[in-house]
Design a protein around this ligand. Structure first.
Ligand code: COA
Length: 258
């Protein structure tokens, strides 16, 4: 505490310094990745190597998902009225709620319910998953992070867990989400473990507080929203009727890194 009216514990700014969580910003520049400094400013300290790799992955995996998601439809609609870039992108962020991006935090809370069953009842993760699905079904609730309108298998989930495997990262939330995926499959009604569900598990095992989780989705998606807004400005007629599903892709054909 200082003797000022109020304090912030994030950045110290004086005429001669800009210290982010104590580190001079010019020391971070050129030495740290954007993902590492995002973790620093939000979580308060620099991440270890595994955390850096996972945050980098999480920021890339949902960078864009085409024009269909509500945030992108809204950005294109608002852009077509003549709005500037910041207004259009802000409108997209306002769409990120319980059912769009919010399933990251929602899934984490469901996983915590499952883990509580494991601990309280001394049952396995697999048994807790079956029980949790039954409890949610009886309460008329869906388990956030499961199901997808397009992807039967979400390629982003597969890659995220592959990377977790490569670096030996695991935890109770990841165990629980995999047990739920198995339980849905065994029930004869398989449901896609979507990227939001997988991300809720990984961020949970990284110790990210639940009320911060959707921030990672926002940060990931903003570049995609910027690209769509600028394409709308440059390529489309103002005030056009924007069909929600009847659109194509005429960009670069598939290409690969190697
Ligand atoms: C994403 C979502 C809207 C896709 O829905 P959809 O493919 O149109 O599927 P429907 O809403 O038609 O549901 C089909 C069946 O699966 C069930 N179902 C779908 N998602 C479910 C979930 N997350 N948990 C439990 N049951 C689910 C429905 O209850 C329905 O069962 P029924 O046939 O017995 O009535 C839906 O799966 C959902 O609400 N998921 C949770 C939220 C979420 O993860 N959002 C992020 C998406 S990236």
């Amino acid at each position: 505490m200082t003797d000022m009216h109020w304090d912030n514990a994030i950045t110290e700014v004086t005429p001669t310094k800009i210290n982010i969580r104590g580190y001079p910003v010019q020391e971070l520049m050129g030495r740290m990745t954007f993902a590492q400094v995002i973790w620093l400013v939000i979580m308060g300290d620099l991440p270890d190597e595994n955390t850096s790799k996972l945050i980098e992955t999480i920021l890339i995996q949902t960078i864009d998902h085409g024009p269909a998601p509500p945030s992108c439809q809204t950005v294109r609609c608002v852009t077509s009225t003549g709005a500037n870039l910041q207004t259009a992108v802000a409108s997209g962020i306002m769409c990120m709620n319980r059912f769009h991006g919010g399933a990251i935090e929602g899934c984490f809370h469901a996983l915590q319910d499952g883990i509580k069953l494991v601990r309280d009842e001394g049952i396995s993760f697999d048994d807790a998953a079956v029980k949790l699905i039954d409890i949610y079904r009886k309460e008329g609730k869906r388990i956030p992070g499961f199901g997808h309108q397009l992807h039967k298998i979400d390629p982003r989930t597969v890659r995220l867990f592959e990377i977790c495997g490569e670096i030996g990262f695991d935890g109770d939330n990841i165990r629980m989400v995999k047990a739920l995926e198995k339980a849905f499959a065994d029930s004869g009604k398989p449901l896609t473990l979507n990227i939001n569900g997988a991300t809720g598990a990984v961020l949970g095992d990284l110790g990210v507080p639940p009320n911060l989780m959707s921030g990672f989705f926002m940060m990931s998606r903003v570049p995609g929203l910027i690209a769509h807004s600028v394409e709308e400005m440059d390529r489309m007629r103002p005030m056009r009727k924007i069909h929600p599903t009847d659109y194509g892709y005429d960009g670069e054909p598939e290409r690969h890194l190697e």
